[in-house]
Design a protein around this ligand. Structure first.
Ligand code: ACO
Length: 329
């Protein structure tokens, strides 16, 4: 197919899924106390804004919750699975070493033939996936994409490490992104700096029939915090400039939902009022690549984000990776 100069992409439907098991801070603190690990609702709320997270039941895989989110997004877009010609799935917790979880989702949804692959950019994964799908649609490589962020982070949490296990949760979010004459996606930008690999990682590997090394999330929280605030600001200014828009013109800002203090500080630096910030970290915790599409779907279904409004998505995470997408919904 020849690319058309006027070809753009826009979101035609959103969906999400949270596992039914909701664990609030008090319940998590009680579970940790049984192992002699001390934490409290007050500490978690004050430092992060998180009040609860959802965890999958044993045996539930990333593809299972991704499929649920994808079905909701397809329904919202009025599309059938067989109309999809691209599945891009962002995750750091794939079902298997290979094939990609995107291919497993494709099979579960009954989609055949179009491209399907995973994106690994940790918490920036969905922003990477959306920017990639947009490029593929604009260049004619695809026409109708399912872009998904899905994580079962509970599988890689060390429940003896209170500095990380209180922060994360499981969930999935998805959008249908379609070719259109008018832009949806206005501008995007992606970055990585591998010098910071060690400040946020799961260093283990599968080798020789066993897991070798440390298979849990390890994080230098303060180093992540400091880097995150600066890069979110610079990448946001850059995509706004590319699109010829001002920060004041943004209707909604959806940063990666890691920590309420990072989100407020990113909004303040950019000059976006707190009431234009979509916040779900309080109820979801940090769901890594799922956090942005989950928050987007919650705000759309809750009647806050309306058609035609502008939305700034900001991702930041392990790698170190970061990026932003500005779109008209
Ligand atoms: N409960 C109680 N006390 C705790 C807990 C806990 N869960 N965790 C740490 N503490 C203690 C520490 O041991 C320390 O005690 P000390 O003073 O006696 O040594 C004290 O609380 C303060 O610890 P800090 O690490 O200084 O706390 P800080 O205010 O930096 O908050 C946090 C930690 C929440 C991790 C913060 O640094 C942060 O949010 N960083 C960014 C994390 C982030 O965004 N991660 C996701 C990135 S995205 C991705 O790709 C996964």
């Amino acid at each position: 197919m020849n690319p058309s100069p006027a070809r753009h992409s826009r979101i035609t439907g959103t969906g999400s899924h949270l596992p039914p098991q909701r664990v609030d801070n008090a319940e998590l603190a009680e579970r940790l106390a049984a192992d002699g690990i001390e934490t409290s609702d007050a500490w978690i709320v004050e430092r992060t804004g998180i009040r609860a997270r959802h965890f999958v039941a044993p045996g539930v895989q990333t593809s299972d919750i991704a499929v649920q989110a994808a079905r909701h997004a397809l329904e919202a877009a009025g599309r059938r699975p067989e109309e999809i010609d691209l599945v891009v799935l962002a995750t750091s917790t794939p079902d298997m070493v290979f094939p990609s979880t995107a291919c497993i989702v494709q099979r579960k949804l009954g989609i055949h033939g179009g491209a399907a692959f995973d994106v690994q950019a940790v918490c920036t994964g969905f922003v990477y996936a959306l920017a990639l799908a947009d490029s593929m649609i604009r260049t004619g490589l695809a026409s109708r994409a399912l872009v998904i962020g899905a994580e079962v982070f509970s599988r890689i949490l060390d429940f003896k490490d209170r500095t990380t296990c209180v922060l994360f949760g499981d969930g999935a979010g998805a959008v249908v992104l379609e070719a259109s004459d008018a832009p949806g996606i206005l501008a995007s930008e992606l970055h990585a700096d591998g010098r910071h690999v060690d400040i946020l990682c799961v260093p283990g590997q599968v080798a020789g029939g066993a897991v070798t090394g440390d298979p849990f999330v390890r994080m230098d929280g303060q180093a992540v915090f400091k880097l995150a605030v600066g890069v979110l600001d610079s990448v946001s200014r850059s995509v706004l400039a590319k699109a010829g828009r001002s920060a004041q013109s943004i209707d909604w800002m959806i940063p990666h939902q890691a920590n309420l203090r990072i989100m407020h500080s990113a909004a303040r630096r950019l000059g976006v009022p707190a009431e234009r910030l979509v916040v779900t970290v309080d109820e979801h915790g940090n769901t890594s690549a799922a956090s942005i599409p989950l928050a987007l779907d919650v705000a759309v279904r809750g009647g806050r984000i309306a058609r035609g409004q502008s939305v700034l998505l900001q991702g930041v995470g392990g790698g170190f990776t970061w990026g932003a997408v500005l779109l008209d919904f």
